[in-house]
Design a protein around this ligand. Structure first.
Ligand code: PAZ
Length: 327
């Protein structure tokens, strides 16, 4: 595409993005989100903490409501395991983490708990009140203490979303709040984000009635926010997106295309069935194949992914710092 073509494409994208945000229903808890973000940044921007790197981990799938008073919606698959486990490893590596997660999906430090922890991990006796049941005692102790410590210490900020509208509005707020951190900010975009949505103004207000034949509904494409994140919202942050495919034959090709198209620093390619075992970290100059070690009990692929990212991000920060001091 020549320069003129690129300019036209950029203008068209700007119009789509403006229309998406203008028509999105306003965030119900916008004041709380903005206050929490402000506190998180202030708390971590003085003394030794100011040098710490900050990562925004996105996790879980976004929904697309079909009605304004939503009864039905289209969902995107993601259990949130990748985001929750990665958050634990980023915290361990000394990062401050903003965990932007889909309500009801996996949470950091909870992977050893059963599906309904409240009901399954505890028991009540008249003699001793509420007690942790075996064999959950260690897992519950670990989940509660690690989670509480990270939140109370201000190193973990959790921001929930459900819809595509909420997700993109909060991501925008986070990105612009982290802009002042320059290259110390990292985006690790593991959430499964809807590609199509129903614009708010063309959405039925009330529950769509059945019985009048097939449903005819127009979904429009969600504007590609990755490019605007890179170019405007957080231009100096290190940005990593994920590419999920079910056909392994096209996976690397698609990941490479996303790397170039959205100017990502890294795209993590994963296939649905093997995503917990192996991924490929695709960058401009190399593909790094990362696997968990099945012989090592409890080894997780996220541990190895984060080790590589910490190293790459650090090199990125050093290179930018050197460039700034040369200029
Ligand atoms: O959340 P999970 O652990 O079940 O799955 C993780 C994942 C596959 C959603 C993530 O690794 C990913 O690829 N996210 C981006 C999906 C996409 O291409 O839209």
């Amino acid at each position: 595409m020549d320069v003129h073509g690129q300019q036209k494409a950029q203008e068209a994208l700007d119009v789509e993005i403006k229309s998406f945000f203008d028509s999105a229903p306003p965030l119900r808890n916008i004041e709380n989100v903005s206050e929490d973000l402000k506190k998180f940044i202030e708390m971590n921007s003085s003394g030794t903490r100011s040098a710490r790197k900050v990562v925004c981990v996105t996790s879980g799938g976004t929904t697309v409501p079909l009605e304004q008073r939503c009864v039905r919606y289209i969902d995107n698959f993601s259990s949130g395991h990748r985001g929750a486990a990665s958050t634990e490893y980023f915290l361990k590596a000394g990062y401050l983490v903003i965990f932007l997660y889909r309500k009801g999906t996996c949470q950091p430090y909870c992977s050893l708990l059963p599906d309904y922890p409240f009901l399954e991990c505890f028991e009540f006796t008249h003699e001793s009140g509420i007690q942790v049941r075996q064999p959950y005692s260690e897992a519950v102790k670990w989940a509660i203490s690690e989670h509480h410590a990270a939140v109370a210490d201000g190193t973990l900020l959790k921001l929930p979303f459900t819809t595509i509208f909420e997700y993109l509005q909060i991501l925008h707020m986070v990105a612009t709040s982290l802009r002042s951190l320059g290259p110390n900010a990292l985006f690790y975009l593991a959430a499964a984000v809807s590609d199509f949505y129903v614009p708010w103004e063309s959405m039925a207000e009330h529950k769509i009635q059945s019985g009048s034949g097939p449903l005819d509904m127009r979904l429009v494409q969600v504007p590609k926010m990755l490019s605007v994140l890179r170019s405007e919202w957080a231009p100096t942050a290190y940005c990593i997106s994920f590419k999920l495919e079910t056909d392994v034959k096209i996976l690397l090709e698609k990941a490479n295309a996303a790397l170039k198209k959205y100017k990502m620093h890294m795209v993590i390619a994963n296939e649905l069935l093997t995503r917990k075992e192996e991924v490929t970290l695709v960058t401009d100059n190399e593909n790094i194949h990362v696997r968990r070690d099945p012989k090592q009990v409890g080894d997780e692929v996220e541990k190895h992914i984060i080790e590589h990212i910490v190293e790459k991000h650090s090199t990125y920060v050093d290179n930018l710092d050197q460039k700034v001091s040369r200029d």
